[in-house]
Ligand binder design. Structure first.
Ligand SMILES: NC(=O)c1ccc[n+]([C@@H]2O[C@H](COP(=O)([O-])OP(=O)(O)OC[C@H]3O[C@@H](n4cnc5c(N)ncnc54)[C@H](O)[C@@H]3O)[C@@H](O)[C@H]2O)c1
Length: 266
């Protein structure tokens, strides 16, 4: 008997989306909420985060905002407590918050490298750590935003590639450990290519700043040419996350779901 609609339904689930104030994270919060989940948007940007949560009110499951710096372990404990206080549980974590910085290896300052690692890697590690302590419902799902940058290299983004590669392998380690311990939590990663958000646009303008493209238009043309289906939309990534968060993916663990319109298939 078919139960497919039920398998994709997130009604009764509770989700936290870090960095959900804008961009891909906001689209993920929108998708999970529309599919029925109660969603806690967290972000370091408080005003934008509050506005994001308000704008999703009444569209699906409940949506709330909690201020949160993902590099701060005490803030993770408070965010987990907020999940309990607001929604009474914690089933889905989307480690979405992230930054990129552009620099050639020979010019990259250690402080800049470490800042990217702290937000993208330590932030995701703390999320996994604290989610694993409190996700006890048996249908837990953690989805980590890696990138095609976690699989291949491009010039001028060494710190970002290093961080996303770490997120990719951290995902697999967490997935295997969770299964071995019978935690009932699946852990997967999503790997988008360029999506036109603030970060996606900064990625293109950085090529101009570093003298690797003549203009933003030239950078856009150059990168669009190697995306067989053009650049992606935030909803493309949100759909992939929603699938991995749902019971439709109940036998998917440690997977890397590439969402790139064929960029890495070439
Ligand atoms: N846009 C792309 O082309 C692209 C491609 C592949 C992967 N990704 C990944 O997707 C995720 C979202 O990217 P985006 O394009 O929406 O970025 P974005 O810059 O538009 O949004 C990132 C969000 O994270 C928040 N944030 C930053 N530092 C934080 C911290 N310390 N604690 C809490 N929140 C923090 C920001 O305030 C912002 O709301 C990132 O992990 C990114 O690496 C993006």
């Amino acid at each position: 008997m078919s139960q497919y609609k039920t398998l994709f339904d997130l009604g009764g689930r509770t989700a936290m989306v870090t960095g959900g104030a804008r961009g891909i994270g906001f689209a993920i919060a929108d998708a999970l909420s529309e599919l029925g989940a109660d969603v806690l948007i967290t972000d370091i940007e408080q005003e934008a985060g509050r506005h994001a949560a308000e704008s999703l009110a009444g569209r699906g499951g409940r949506v709330a905002f909690h201020p949160h710096d993902v590099t701060d372990e005490a803030a993770w404990e408070q965010a987990c407590q907020a999940m309990q206080a607001q929604f009474g549980g914690f089933d889905i974590l989307v480690n979405n918050a992230g930054i990129e910085t552009a620099s050639l290896f020979a010019q990259c300052e250690v402080e800049d490298f470490e800042r990217v690692m702290r937000i993208n890697v330590t932030g995701s590690f703390l999320g996994i750590k604290h989610a694993m302590r409190v996700m006890t419902g048996g249908s837990g799902a953690i989805v980590n935003l890696s990138s095609v940058a976690g699989i291949i290299g491009t010039p001028a983004h060494g710190a970002y590639h290093s961080s996303k590669g770490a997120v990719r392998s951290m995902t697999k380690a967490a997935a295997v450990e969770s299964a071995a311990l019978g935690l009932g939590i699946r852990v997967n990663s999503v790997h988008p290519a360029i999506v036109r958000t603030d970060m996606g646009d900064a990625f293109l303008s950085d090529f101009v700043r570093l003298g690797l493209a003549e203009s933003e238009e030239a950078a856009r043309t150059q990168f669009e040419a190697v995306h067989p289906m053009g650049f992606g939309a935030v909803e493309d990534v949100a759909c992939a996350v929603a699938y991995l968060a749902s019971d439709a993916a109940k036998w998917v663990n440690g997977a890397e779901l590439v969402v790139d319109g064929g960029f890495t298939a070439q």
